[in-house]
Each structure stands twice: as structure tokens, then as C-alpha cells.
Design a protein around this ligand. Structure first.
Ligand SMILES: *Cc1c(COP(=O)(O)O)cnc(C)c1O
Length: 236
């Protein structure tokens, strides 16, 4: 019998609590974002019934099909790479857009948010290891563009997000998490305001991320099990 979402959630919550306690942090300072990509709306119903409310999706097409069939209580964040022709849908579907990595896309979000009569919180994605294969700002570019980003009328910069290089050894991610935290401090100095969010840590390394200050952890596999569809996996 497969393990239920509720059982996985229980285990993850205990691990979050233990990591918070090691780091001297309050559990309420960490939001568990359940990454539901490739899982169907029925699974979202099960997750909401188990008490999970925050979900992350990384494909607009998939989210557009899934969100209307999911419980109204569920709250959604976009965690993927956004193309400008998908921004209008993203603004409509999501309460936060993580993974913003250019002034051009931020401008488009602000424009579409204005048309929709809202203000959209965003997180800026940082390519913490300088990997050619990954999206995200290089830190110097981010610092140079930060004031222009923050000046856009209908977005609010809430912090940073990153996806460090994959390693089966969670400790290997620690220097990247530290780097992202330090970069957030540098951004706060530039802007002269605190940035509340640091989105880092996934199934394999969220405890290390919490020890290093993560306020949002994005957990898929450890909650939902392996992603179902091989098609979805190929598109990851
Ligand atoms: C898929 C995904 C995750 C979750 O990964 P798991 O290893 O399954 O926990 C987290 N963040 C982003 C941006 C993702 O695309």
C-alpha cells in the first residue's frame, strides 16, 4: 500500500519542527510549499483534507487545468521559469510568482498586474552556482537591477529563491543556501528595507535550508511520492 499524503505530511512536519528547533527558529517562520507538479487535482483534494494549503506549480498549462478543479482553499505559487506570453495567466492564477530572473519579465508582470487590478509579490531567482544550464540572476546583475525592479508599480519584491546544484548529500547545498542568505542581506542594504522571504530547500535538503534561514521550502517528492507521469518528468 502506498503511504498516504497525510502520513508523509506528518513526517515532514516533524522534520521541519526538529530543524527549526536546532536552528532556534519558530516553526511558524517556515512555510511548507507542496510542489504538486505532475499530480492530479484528486491528490490536491487529499492534501487539502490533510491540512496542506500552499501548493507550487512550475508549468502554466498544467496549473491552468488543475487549479480550477482543486479545492478553493488551496493557495498557489508559481515556481517555474516564466515566459512573457504566460505572464497574464500567471498573474491570474498565482498569489506569488517565484523565479523572476529579468527586468523584462518583472515589467511584464507589473503591467499585467495593473490590468488585473492587483499587486503581485515576487521572488527573484538567483543562479547560486553559476550553472550554464539553470535560469536565475547572477548576483552582480541582480544587485545592479534591484532598484529598477523594486520601483515597478505593481510588483513587490519579497525576497530571493534558488535551486542549488543537485547532490544526494544535503550538506553540499549548505554553502549555496548561505550564499543566498547573504545576498538577501546585501539586497536589503541596497533597498533599505527588510525582505521577508528566502525560498530554498527541496525534498533532499530542506532541513539544511531551514538551518540556513529558509522561510519557504518547496517539497514535492517527499510529500507526494515519485512524480507519476514520465511525460511530466521529461518536461521537468
Ligand atoms: C520540482 C521542484 C521542487 C520539488 O522538488 P522535490 O525534489 O520533488 O522536492 C522544488 N522547487 C522547484 C523549483 C521545482 O521545480
Amino acid at each position: 500500500m502506498p503511504v498516504s499524503f497525510a502520513e508523509n505530511l506528518n513526517v515532514i512536519r516533524q522534520r521541519i519542527a526538529a530543524a527549526c528547533s536546532r536552528a532556534g527558529r519558530d516553526e511558524s517562520s517556515v512555510t511548507l510549499l507542496a510542489v504538486s507538479k505532475s499530480h492530479p487535482p484528486e491528490t490536491i483534494h487529499e492534501a487539502v483534507a490533510a491540512g496542506q494549503l500552499h501548493f507550487g506549480e512550475n508549468k502554466i498549462q498544467e496549473a491552468k487545468a488543475k487549479i480550477p478543479l482543486s479545492p478553493g482553499k488551496a493557495r498557489w505559487q508559481f515556481i517555474g521559469h516564466l515566459q512573457s506570453n504566460k505572464v497574464r495567466d500567471a498573474v491570474e492564477l498565482f498569489e506569488m510568482i517565484q523565479g523572476v530572473d529579468s527586468l523584462a519579465i518583472a515589467r511584464e508582470i507589473s503591467k499585467r498586474a495593473e490590468q488585473a487590478g492587483k499587486t503581485v509579490p515576487i521572488l527573484l531567482e538567483v543562479n547560486v552556482a553559476g550553472e550554464a544550464s539553470k535560469f536565475g540572476y547572477q548576483p552582480p546583475t541582480l544587485l545592479a537591477e534591484l532598484e529598477a525592479l523594486n520601483a515597478l508599480p505593481k510588483i513587490e519584491v519579497h525576497g530571493l529563491m534558488a535551486i542549488p546544484p543537485y547532490s544526494p548529500v544535503p550538506e553540499k547545498a549548505r554553502p549555496y543556501f548561505q550564499k543566498l542568505r547573504e545576498l538577501k542581506t546585501a539586497c536589503e542594504t541596497v533597498l533599505g528595507v527588510p525582505l521577508p522571504q528566502l525560498s530554498m530547500g527541496m525534498s533532499g535538503d530542506f532541513e539544511v535550508a531551514i538551518e540556513e534561514g529558509a522561510t519557504i521550502i518547496r517539497v514535492g517528492t517527499a510529500l507526494f511520492g515519485e512524480r507519476i507521469s514520465t511525460i511530466a518528468r521529461a518536461r521537468d
